[in-house]
Design a protein around this ligand. Structure first.
Ligand SMILES: [Zn+2]
Length: 307
């Protein structure tokens, strides 16, 4: 089924006149990862009050040895049991990258940018949006899979105001980090730096969710009674990090702070019944969180936004 899906998507991209070679990323994000496959087959928009929200599939990878990424502090037998219970292999894992496009009045706002310009541009093309039309690019944090699409030969989104969490920028600006220097540094002079609770645009509020990185930030969209949280990398796997928020994740900079934040965000989504888009949830990455046992369960959205 998966292969059929990919073949169909490849056919769609080819049909759109896009060469597959231009879709492939310049570099894989991790040693064990295969190249990201590009572009979405589905670019359905969700109606959220006055907002139209479109999850964009900017890439996918398959990686080895998931216990070393999602379950650093977990006994291998326990990890294998959880995998079996959830019909998941224990030797491989899949990951996807889902920036969100939000139409808010005259603004067209892109949250995070994928691994590279090719992936996000292919996804935007599928949605019928030119990069020049993006008015704002907002970052949850500055890991390579979120900032990678910002810069190619030049800025990918030439007319967009870049909006970044100040704490995140302060951290990376003090590191000797190639991705930051290539993707963020050329743009930071004109960027807007924001803090916790700032309303970055009407109805869109930044909420500090530190731990995954020192300035990791989520964004809450509110229109009338409707809300949706762009949860970024608060939890990075739809089973491992949701059912077991206490499992340590390799990419979390401060493991304990990330666990506390993960629990807080999951509990809030469950109690307030707020829909969310999680950057690494299975595409289209939209869903709900319910409590289950000691942890939580990811409930994929279906037609809730269509009725
Ligand atoms: Zn990420």
């Amino acid at each position: 089924m998966k292969n059929t899906h990919i073949t169909r998507r490849s056919a769609l991209l080819t049909g759109a006149g896009l060469s597959m070679t231009t879709m492939l990323p310049a570099a894989a994000p991790a040693q064990t990862a295969r190249p990201a496959t590009p572009g979405p087959a589905v670019t359905e928009s969700l109606a959220l009050g006055d907002f139209a929200v479109t999850p964009l599939l900017a890439g996918k990878v398959i990686s080895d040895n998931p216990i070393a990424t999602y379950a650093l502090n977990v006994d291998p037998a326990e990890f294998a049991r959880v995998c079996t219970d959830n019909f998941l292999p224990s030797a491989k894992s899949g990951n996807s990258f889902t920036p969100s496009l939000v139409k808010a009045g005259d603004a067209l706002v892109l949250f995070d940018t994928g691994l590279n310009p090719e992936g996000i541009l292919a996804a935007l093309a599928q949605a019928g949006v030119a990069p020049e039309a993006i008015t704002h690019v907002v970052l949850t944090h500055m890991h390579g899979d979120h900032i990678g699409g910002l810069m190619g030969e030049g800025p990918t989104f030439p007319n967009a105001e870049l909006i970044v969490p100040r704490a995140e920028n302060d951290y990376w600006a003090a590191q000797d980090n190639d991705a930051y220097k290539a993707k963020v540094l050329p743009l930071i002079g004109k960027a807007r730096q924001i803090g916790d609770s700032d309303e970055i645009l009407p109805g869109i509020r930044a909420e500090a969710a530190h731990g995954h990185t020192p300035g990791h930030t989520t964004y809450l969209l509110t229109s009338g009674e409707k809300q949706l949280l762009l949860s970024g990398d608060s939890f990075n796997h739809y089973v491992f990090s949701v059912a077991h928020p206490e499992w340590q994740v390799r990419f979390d900079a401060d493991k304990e702070a990330a666990i506390q934040t993960r629990k807080k965000v999951l509990e809030r989504l469950a109690v307030d019944r707020i829909p969310f888009i999680g950057y690494h949830m299975p595409y289209p990455a939209v869903g709900f969180i319910s409590r289950r046992g000691e942890g939580y369960r990811f409930v994929p959205a279906t037609y809730q936004f269509a009725v």
